[in-house]
Design a protein. Sequence first.
Length: 331
Amino acid sequence: MSMSRPLISIIMPVKNAGPFLEACLDSIHKQSYKNYELIAINDHSSDNSLEILHNYVHRFARLLVLNNNGLGIIDALKTGYAAQNGQFITRMDADDIMPPKKLEYLHDSLLNAGDGHVATGLVKYFSEGQLGEGYQKYEAWLNGLTGASNNFNERYKECVIPSPCWMMKKSDFEKIGGFNSITYPEDYDLVFRMFEGGMKVVGVREICHHWRDHSQRASRNDENYADNNFLDLKLNYFLKLDLKPNRQLFLWGAGNKGKYLAKQLIQQNIPFQWICDNPKKLGKDIYGKILGDTFKSKPNEETQIIVAVANEESQESIKQVLHSTQAYYFA
């Protein structure tokens, strides 16, 4: 691989990744695309992560080890980005594995697509224990979106671009604000800013990331990734980017997520009709709203609807009922 190819900056926060870090670093070192720099930011690790990083400095032509200037992953990403020199930007998680052609696949797809694109690829979860059904479903759903390059179509359901498996031109990345998130989950916020900035997805139909599931993952344990933070982020971007004030807004669902969203809409004085298909809840007064019958309310093409029903079979039934209604699935 010629060193004349553009420099890729890999930004990798590291926090207590000791058990997995050497395998991660080895996978980066084996990349077919050689013109990269790896900027590893130690986020106050209490294990041997920093020692491992320093031990690897001699193996990498461009490995820069920094200490986080602040606290947490947002500050770590900012610290790393301030030191980068690349024309292309990507991220990595310190407990995951790069397939050998990850950088090559993502870079080449961006080069072919041109400005205004974000490249992502297929992901594969792995675990030393039994991989949970939820992760298997998320992997299949995410890869289905990536395979069709239509990730943004379901942007309110889950994070539609995996946080450690994307690449952008530096110029495009900075147009959408880079790592300057002010809210968690920061990776989902970045995805919404990609969409807001008019970025188009180019999906690589190759496995570009091996995603490790283990009991200490931040997504499992860090309170910044609690369900309500995701709901707040989704609702804030919906109100900013997609709400049409001239259309009647419906909220479908009266479970925990539906109730949380209803409370937020009420607090922000956003008018809406609250509906569900649970006969035990119909007609009940919750937060001063009377729950209506979905089939009597009849949302149509002139309305907008937030669907806060998590059950997949129920979602499929809802899609059949709604037809031409503009619907946003928040679960």
